[in-house]
Design a protein around this ligand. Structure first.
Ligand code: 13P
Length: 287
C-alpha cells in the first residue's frame, strides 16, 4: 500500500522506534525490500536517489514499477516511495510522476535559501498529499557524487526548518554516507539531544545508517530518530553474495548464468540485511 510517510513516522516517534528507509537500485532490490517488510509486518520507506532514478531510466519508470509491484505482490504494509537527497527540480519531478514522499536537500544552500526553497516545496508536497523531508547540516561522505563534510547541524537552524511544516528532518550529527573510517568519532548525541529538544515532535532522520554500531542506533532512536536510512550495507551484502556464487563456479553449473539464478543469492542477502535492520529499528508488527 503506497502512502505518504507522515503517519508511519508520527507513530514511530510516539512509539519510540524507527522506520527503515532502504534505497532501491533496481527491480531485485525493490522486490527484496517489499517482501521482507510484508513478512515482518513493518512499514517501510523505499529511498530513490537522483542517481539511482537516472539509472532506472527516470523517476517515472521507478514510480510505475513500484506501484505495479506493490499491487502484484499484494503488499498490505504501508510503503512510502521517497526521493532521497532531492534537488529542487528532482523534487518537483517526483511530485509530478506520483512518488508519495520527497526529500529536498537544501543543506548546501545558505540557510535563507534553504528556507525559501523548502517552504515552496512543503506547499507543493502537501497540496499533493505527500510527505516531505528537509535537511540541515550536510551529511558527511559521498553519495551519488554529492560530497558532504559530516558537520553537526545548528539546533536553531533545525528549529527554523522544522517550523516550515516539514514531516521529517535530517540533521547532521556526525553521521556520514558510505563506509565509516576507522577513526570516526561516533554520533554526537549531545547535538542530537539539543536538536530533539528544539524540534519537539518532529521525526528526525538518521542518514548514513550503514555501519553505525547497533548501540548507537538504539540510543539515537531513544533521542528522537524515527527514520534510519540504509543503502551501503545492502550493496555490500549483495556484492559479497554474488561474488561467492561466481567464485564457487555456480554460474557455470547448468543454467547458473541465468540472471534469475545469478542475482538470487544477492537478493536473498538483501532480505537478511533488511530483516536484521527492521529488528534493530523495532518496526516489526507496527502497521
Ligand atoms: P548509507 O549508504 O551510508 O547507508 O546511507 C544511506 C543514506 O543515508 C541514504 O540517504
Amino acid at each position: 500500500m503506497i502512502v505518504s510517510a507522515t503517519e508511519m513516522l508520527k507513530k514511530a516517534k510516539a512509539g519510540h522506534y524507527a522506520v527503515g528507509q532502504f534505497n532501491i537500485n533496481n527491480l531485485e532490490w525493490t522486490k527484496a525490500i517489499l517482501l521482507t517488510a510484508e513478512e515482518l509486518k513493518s512499514p517501510v520507506i523505499l529511498g530513490v536517489s537522483e542517481g539511482a532514478g537516472k539509472y532506472m531510466t527516470g523517476f517515472a519508470t521507478v514510480a510505475a514499477m513500484v506501484k505495479a509491484m506493490d499491487k502484484s505482490l499484494g503488499i498490505t504494509v504501508p510503503v512510502a516511495l521517497h526521493l532521497d537527497h532531492g534537488t529542487y527540480d528532482g523534487a518537483k519531478k517526483c511530485v509530478e510522476v506520483g512518488f508519495s514522499s520527497i526529500m529536498f536537500d537544501g543543506s548546501a544552500y545558505p540557510i535563507d535559501e534553504n528556507v525559501e526553497k523548502t517552504t515552496e516545496l512543503v506547499k507543493l508536497a502537501h497540496d499533493n498529499g505527500m510527505s516531505i523531508e528537509a535537511e540541515v547540516g550536510a551529511i558527511g561522505g559521498e553519495e551519488d557524487g554529492v560530497v558532504g563534510m559530516g558537520e553537526c547541524a545548528d539546533p536553531d537552524e533545525c528549529k527554523r526548518i522544522a517550523d516550515l511544516g516539514v514531516d521529517m528532518l535530517a540533521a547532521g550529527i556526525g553521521n556520514i554516507h558510505g563506509i565509516y573510517p576507522a577513526n570516526w568519532q561516533g554520533l554526537s548525541f549531545e547535538t542530537l539531544d539539543k536538536i530533539s529538544k528544539k524540534v519537539g515532535d518532529m521525526p528526525l532522520v538518521l542518514h548514513g545508517g550503514s555501519g553505525i554500531p547497533d548501540e548507537q542506533v538504539k540510543k539515537a532512536i531513544t533521542l528522537g530518530v524515527s527514520k534510519v536510512n540504509v543503502n551501503t550495507e545492502c550493496q555490500l551484502v549483495f556484492a559479497a553474495a554474488t561474488r561467492k556464487y561466481i567464485e564457487e563456479g555456480k554460474d557455470k553449473q547448468g543454467k547458473g548464468y541465468d540472471p534469475r539464478k545469478l542475482l538470487l543469492p544477492g537478493t536473498e542477502a538483501i532480505k537478511d540485511e533488511v530483516r536484521a535492520k527492521i529488528a534493530l529499528f523495532g518496526s516489526a508488527d507496527k502497521t
